[in-house]
Design a protein around this ligand. Structure first.
Ligand code: NAD
Length: 307
């Protein structure tokens, strides 16, 4: 029997915990965690994502606001706004919605964030700390939301993370947003990690060896049922729009779900698996960022953003 991992239910539990802790924090200190989401341009998918994040954050008591800037905003203008938000004590989390327009240097923008406010975990300092991680992340380390959500789903599937020790884990995809930080988290928990990507030879063979598979390639149903080891645990990050028979669209993952069910031990559905966990982890990161800033109000030298 294949267990379908209910990301919606797990995310609802995490959101409820965050809401309770935000209430407690407010009652004890009068402080409300503040989140600012910067969106350049009006790409429809990005607009939908930022609205979802803003709504979810407000529901748990976070003071969340989306700031929209024109697509043609100059990089210097964006950096100036980030500097203001970095300096604003009411703002504990800053998220710059990606992708940015082509005329803007994404690495420069992400590097300009105060790393303690980097709730997406993409600042080089946070990425570097994650790359060096062994065991569970420290309370003040901001880990990218999607991989962290995947790890929580694995914890749920395995009944704890100790079970990752020594397991053969395959991460399909090497993006800085999902694949690489996912591999770092699995390695930190002692899994034997392989990263596959678009140049990998014999992807099916790599998948068949995996006891844990995290698929983040963005290719509809790339992974077929007979590529999967029996009793594998599968986390499907992919979100792909494909035409549906009624002339509309439907969302599918990177794994052929119907073929996997009955074969693997556990799998996340698309939608309703990783997506809700990503949003819930953003709220938790914002709360963590707020707590860390209250505990240590000034930047240490090592975490100073580059000038
Ligand atoms: P990306 O395009 O940046 O990276 C895709 C990776 O997959 C690349 O490393 C590439 O080498 C690899 N790849 C592509 N085609 C391949 C193939 N045929 N064989 C082997 N490897 C291949 O994408 P991303 O930002 O990492 O996102 C991946 C997927 O996850 C997308 O579908 C995206 O929409 C989805 N996503 C979902 C969430 C969520 O919350 N559920 C969050 C982020 C991304």
């Amino acid at each position: 029997m294949t267990r379908i991992l209910d990301g919606k239910a797990l995310a609802a539990r995490l959101r409820a915990r965050v809401a309770e802790e935000v209430r407690d924090l407010r009652a004890r200190t009068g402080i409300v965690p503040g989140l600012r989401v910067l969106l350049l341009g009006d790409h429809p998918a990005s607009l939908a994502y930022v609205r979802t994040k803003e709504k979810a954050a407000r529901e748990v008591g976070i003071d969340a606001r989306v700031e929209r800037l024109p697509a043609e905003t100059e990089e210097a203008r964006l950096l100036a706004r980030l500097a203001e938000l970095n300096a604003d004590p009411a703002v504990h989390g800053i998220l710059v919605q990606l992708p940015l327009p082509r005329h803007i240097d994404t690495v420069r923008v992400l590097s300009a964030l105060d790393p303690r406010k980097d709730v997406d975990g993409f600042h080089p300092l946070n990425a570097g700390r994650l790359a060096q991680l062994s065991g569970a992340p420290a309370e003040d380390l901001l880990v990218p939301c999607t991989p962290r959500g995947c790890l929580l789903l694995l914890e749920e599937a395995l009944g704890g993370l100790a079970d990752l020790r020594g397991k053969r884990a395959l991460v399909l995809g090497r993006s800085t947003i999902v694949g690489r930080p996912m591999a770092a988290l699995l390695l930190a928990h002692d899994a034997t990690v392989t990263i596959a990507h678009s140049r990998t030879r014999d992807l099916a063979g790599e998948c068949r060896r995996a006891e844990i598979l995290v698929a983040a390639a963005g290719r509809a149903e790339l992974v077929r049922g007979d590529w999967l080891a029996e009793q594998a645990v599968v986390i499907d990050v992919g979100i792909n729009r494909v035409p549906s028979p009624d002339g509309g669209h439907r969302l599918v993952g990177d794994v052929a779900f119907a073929e996997a069910v009955g074969r693997v031990a556990a799998i996340t559905p698309v939608p309703g698996g990783v997506g809700p966990m990503t949003v819930a982890c953003l709220l938790d990161n914002t709360l963590r960022a707020c707590r860390a800033q209250l505990a240590r109000p000034t930047l240490t030298r090592s975490s100073e953003p580059p000038s």
